[in-house]
Design a protein around this ligand. Structure first.
Ligand SMILES: [Zn+2]
Length: 287
């Protein structure tokens, strides 16, 4: 059964660790992440962007696949199915389709409009027992066509949104989606510390987890980050492993062309990445 992310994130905040959100793209991705979370006895959040939602033929298809897989694989660790960077309409569609958690990204709206729309979703999610993530201050880089500048959020605006009753809050602290450029200045721990002081027990979310050095991740967790989003890193690992299989000519040997064989090295690479992140975030054995 899918669960809201509320309990797992409140526990993480209190226990000074973070739960990973790993974005899914297809059956192989989903299976690899669920199996690894189970093996590590860790709670997990499956992230779905609106673009990935379209790719996988709609939110209902995804709910059916994930619920079926939880049953079929005998997954017992807490699993939240979460819309990543949702529009207001996208969030409503996911709630309707049976997601257990949604993000409403109103960071590109003026703060008053972000507050008004977030408030409406707080009421709906509360009624249905779903978790809701809000965002203040756009996160840099591009994710499915959504481009952010990598700004630092205003801590007072973060408090205004946190006070609406959202479950968790994503705030820009200099983080970027995708690969980090060589001249990246690093995370702004000063901003994070100020946000954390004003928002108290609210679990904070760090987007753009790919390529942030391990010591910065640990420090961010110390300063109140309880959810870390990983997307690009699984994609890079998957692509490199499948590329190697093909370059080694293994698809030309015997039945190496069988998609279950062709994609298997990619699946193993995702598992290794997820395993490494669960260790780093400290959520192993916290299911
Ligand atoms: Zn993000």
């Amino acid at each position: 059964m899918l669960v809201s992310a509320k309990e797992m994130l409140n526990k993480a905040k209190a226990g000074h660790y973070a739960v990973g959100q790993f974005n899914i793209n297809n059956l192989e991705w989903t299976k690899a992440i669920l199996q690894t979370a189970q093996e590590m006895n860790s709670p997990v959040i499956l992230g779905v962007s609106e673009g990935a939602g379209k790719y996988m033929c709609g939110y209902k298809t995804i709910v059916g696949m994930v619920e079926g897989m939880i049953e079929g694989l005998g997954i017992t660790v807490p699993v939240a199915l979460h819309l990543d960077h949702g529009s207001y309409e996208g969030a409503m569609q996911c709630i309707e389709a049976g997601f257990s958690s949604v993000m409403f990204d109103g960071s590109h709206y003026p703060i008053d409009e972000n507050i008004a729309k977030t408030k409406e979703l707080v009421a709906i999610c509360e009624e249905k027992g779903l978790s809701l993530e809000a965002e203040v201050g756009a996160i840099g880089g591009e994710e499915d066509g959504v481009i952010g500048e990598g700004e630092c959020a205003d801590p007072d605006e973060c408090k205004m949104i946190a006070d609406l009753g959202v479950t968790m809050l994503a705030a820009g602290i200099g983080n970027i989606h995708g690969k980090y450029p060589a001249n990246w200045k690093g995370l702004s721990f000063e901003t994070l510390d100020n946000i954390q002081k004003l928002t108290g027990a609210m679990p904070l979310v760090l987007h753009g987890g790919t390529g942030i050095p391990a010591d910065m991740i640990k420090k961010a967790i110390d300063l109140g980050v309880s959810k870390i989003n990983v997307n690009t890193e699984c994609q890079l690992a998957f692509a490199a492993a499948v590329r190697k299989y093909v370059e080694d000519g293994k698809d030309l040997q015997g039945k190496g062309f069988d998609p279950r064989k062709l994609l298997a090295p990619g699946v193993e690479a995702i598992k290794a990445t997820v395993r490494e992140k669960i260790e780093l975030f400290g959520s192993k054995d916290k299911a």
